[in-house]
Design a protein around this ligand. Structure first.
Ligand SMILES: CC(C)(COP(=O)(O)OP(=O)(O)OC[C@H]1O[C@@H](n2cnc3c(N)ncnc32)[C@H](O)[C@@H]1OP(=O)(O)O)[C@@H](O)C(=O)NCCC(=O)NCCS
Length: 161
């Protein structure tokens, strides 16, 4: 498996991957809108045998420090439970760390994201429309300078129903 930055030529395949993973196109349309509005920061694809089988995106968000939102992550159903999702998440986290970002927020199942170091308690002090038991933060920099404050995801998330 090869993980690399997406290229505009991948966009149609990425749309199909996300739609097949979720069973509908709302998250794929979110990715299109995030790109269009300049809010996509790191977008990686996983390739196997020349096919794109997975995708992960980090997008801009407003926070008291330099933070990114992880969403969505998707693996085609036929390749799930083979470590593709974990490899994509580990890779995107290391990219964000190496580019100097302070933290990543994610809304998801804690039993999945905790294995990558995402923590519910770390996110609990922040105000967000996604705040709650499924909202987590992964701290990347040694010191954040804030354990509370207001978070705002990129505009396109508001269209996700
Ligand atoms: C979530 C997803 C990206 C994981 O990718 P994957 O390649 O199947 O995951 P991995 O092979 O790296 O990891 C598999 C492990 O994750 C667990 N897992 C997978 N999806 C999970 C979920 N939604 N919630 C909790 N655990 C999950 C599996 O139980 C498995 O655990 P195990 O190793 O203890 O058996 C993939 O299942 C997917 O595309 N799902 C549909 C889209 C989605 O829900 N995305 C997440 C929200 S943005």
């Amino acid at each position: 498996m090869n993980i690399r930055d997406e290229d505009p030529r991948d966009w149609n395949a990425v749309f199909q991957v996300i739609t097949s993973a979720f069973g509908h196109s709302a998250e794929a349309m979110l990715v299109d809108a995030l790109r269009k509005e300049g809010d996509s920061v790191i977008s990686l694809v996983a390739e196997q045998d020349g096919q794109i089988v997975g995708h992960v995106l980090l997008s801009k968000m407003s926070a008291p420090f330099a933070a990114l939102a992880l969403a969505p992550v998707a693996v085609v159903p036929s390749r799930q439970r083979n470590g593709v999702g974990a490899a994509l998440i580990r890779c995107v986290v290391e990219r964000a760390r190496s580019e100097g970002w302070d933290a990543i927020f994610v809304l998801g199942d804690p039993s999945y994201y905790q294995r990558f170091g995402f923590d519910k308690g770390a996110a609990a002090g922040f105000t967000s429309i996604y705040a709650g038991p499924h909202f987590m933060m992964l701290q990347l920099s040694p010191s954040l300078g804030a354990t509370s404050g207001e978070l705002r995801h990129a505009r396109a998330f508001g269209d996700l129903v």
